[in-house]
Design a protein around this ligand. Structure first.
Ligand code: GUN
Ligand code: ZN
Length: 505
């Protein structure tokens, strides 16, 4: 069942035992100009002996280029063909209760009603999913793979959480074996949750980036990732030399960007952990490689905002720090963006950059309530993708993430329709990332990534959704909403990547 590089079950893994040391805050370290040593942090961790990290049980990896020439999938299909924040449901939602998806070499060749395509393709073998709902592969617009093992870390908000839990965990990714084990875990967990594309942060260690791309390539997943740049305000074991890190980034761009389904993002962690020199070098590299992404955090937490003001006294606001270095524009991905001023929102909207909206993380870390409706409506219309932000986010499931987005809208006396939520995790994210020609819906010519959801996956879901398939858009809306609110990985019956079945329950 397992491919060789994932047979690592007996490897000894150190689990970090977290101890609260309130006086050692990120803030204090900055103010006291503290320079740590690896052992300073690691001594705060107790070693717990040899615990295997459980492996999920996906199917064996499909061999690269092992596509059977043609794959046919029959079932109930839902996708978005326009933005339901702007267009009525009748124009933005495509629902085909009995449809056929025709895939050749991983690419969608034809899609439509079974009765229309039957005469052309009906003689070929067909995989039928009856009573299930097939949607395009979900896109996670922002996730940290090294944080998979420290998800659900107790009791802190952003800066202290980074200091106490995140940085010590990321230090472990200097070890390539550990990086491979967690990269494989994270990608398999994404697939188990129906996520087929992800924008991913590794760590400052070049091998942790290389390994992630290798593991994604083995699964044929689309990923956007890049070496995390951190040149100050972190323990010394997690600080890079800016010119060296940018040289490594350049090499990785040349190797990985556009190779297969891999895409590269220049990734300063956030302005607080980069020197002006590092941000400047990142901007220069973007000029050299305008087709790559920029990926970072922006305006997540109020203490963070105060820190940025202190670190960049000449900047008019947080966004200005990135603007100043030419990091804001098409293919720039900013996670969170909770506390942007009107001026920042205006400039952001004009730049072509996108927001990765992380509702579960924003709640869990107490960061605040992102104003989705403001960002999505007149005059801003900012491109937005949905994101888990594991381990700040508490689930790999974009269904659970959608449910959190719905709850946040309710707290703001707004509402988001289930189709709008699905849009943010499929076509909306694909468009925001400039990948609408490749991803986001079942349009012929696109890559065949999709998820088979069971809207009756649990007894409660079956009670709530007794009759499938839905007979109208109203009924579909109700069933999809219940899937979002009640569902998680249990509702993922199967996941296909680039036309191949890669996970099934
Ligand atoms: N800002 C800088 N680093 C991080 C991180 O790892 N997680 C979150 N949520 N915010 C950050
Ligand atoms: Zn993040």
């Amino acid at each position: 069942m397992f491919s060789p590089s994932r047979v690592t079950v007996n490897r000894c893994v150190r689990l970090t035992f977290f101890i609260s040391i309130p006086e050692f805050t990120f803030f204090h370290r900055y103010l006291m100009n503290w320079r740590g040593h690896p052992n300073d942090m690691l001594s705060h961790s107790a070693l717990v002996h040899c615990q295997p990290i459980p492996n999920p049980t996906p199917l064996p990896m499909p061999e690269l280029n092992s596509h059977s020439p043609i794959t046919l999938i029959r079932g109930t299909f839902l996708d978005l063909v326009a933005d339901p924040f702007q267009e009525p449901i009748a124009h933005s939602v495509r629902y085909i209760p009995d449809g056929l998806l025709v895939i050749e070499n991983g690419i969608i060749q034809a899609f439509g009603h079974y009765t229309d395509l039957n005469s052309t393709y009906g003689h070929l073998p067909i995989t039928t999913y009856s009573g299930q709902l097939i949607v395009p592969g979900l896109i996670d617009a922002h996730i940290h793979y090294p944080q998979s093992e420290m998800i659900a870390a107790y009791g802190e908000q952003l800066l202290e959480w980074l200091e106490k839990y995140t940085f010590p965990t990321e230090a472990k990714f200097q070890n390539p074996d550990h990086a491979r084990q967690i990269a494989a875990f994270c990608l398999d967990e994404l697939l188990r949750n129906g996520t087929t594309t992800a924008v991913i942060l590794p760590t400052i260690f070049p091998e942790s980036v290389q390994i992630l791309f290798e593991e994604a390539e083995r699964r044929r997943m689309r990923v956007i990732a890049g070496q995390v740049l951190m040149s100050r305000n972190a323990p010394s074991y997690l600080v890079n030399d800016a010119p060296t890190a940018l040289a490594e980034t350049r090499e990785q761009i040349q190797h990985w960007h556009g190779r297969g389904r891999s895409l590269y993002a220049i990734t300063p962690r956030f302005a607080a952990t980069s020197t002006e020199e590092e941000l400047k070098l990142a901007g220069q590299l973007r000029v050299e490689f305008p087709q790559v992404y920029i990926h970072t955090h922006l305006s997540e937490n109020r203490k963070e905002l105060a820190l940025i003001r202190e670190l960049f006294p000449h900047a008019t606001d947080y966004l200005h720090v990135y603007e100043h270095h030419g990091l804001v524009g098409n293919r720039s991905i900013f996670a969170h963006c909770i506390h942007l001023s009107d001026s920042e929102l205006q400039r952001f909207a004009q730049s072509g950059a996108m927001i990765a909206y992380c509702p579960l993380s924003n709640l869990f870390l107490g960061s605040g309530l992102f104003k989705l409706h403001q960002a999505k409506s007149q005059p801003f219309h900012i491109p937005i993708g949905l994101a888990t932000d594991v381990g700040g986010g508490t689930s790999f499931s974009l269904l659970k993430t959608m449910a959190a987005a719905y709850t946040i809208a309710q707290l703001q006396e707004q509402t988001i329709s289930p189709f709008q939520m699905m849009y943010l995790a499929t076509l909306g994210s694909a468009k925001a990332l400039g990948l609408q020609e490749q991803l986001g819906n079942f349009q012929p010519g696109k890559e065949a990534d999709f998820v088979v959801f069971d809207t009756q996956a649990t007894p409660l879901m079956k009670l709530r959704n007794p009759h499938v398939p839905a007979q109208s858009l109203d009924e579909l809306s109700s069933q999809l909403f219940a899937l979002i609110i009640l569902g998680d990985d249990r509702a993922v019956a199967a996941t296909y990547v680039n036309g191949s079945l890669i996970y099934q329950q």
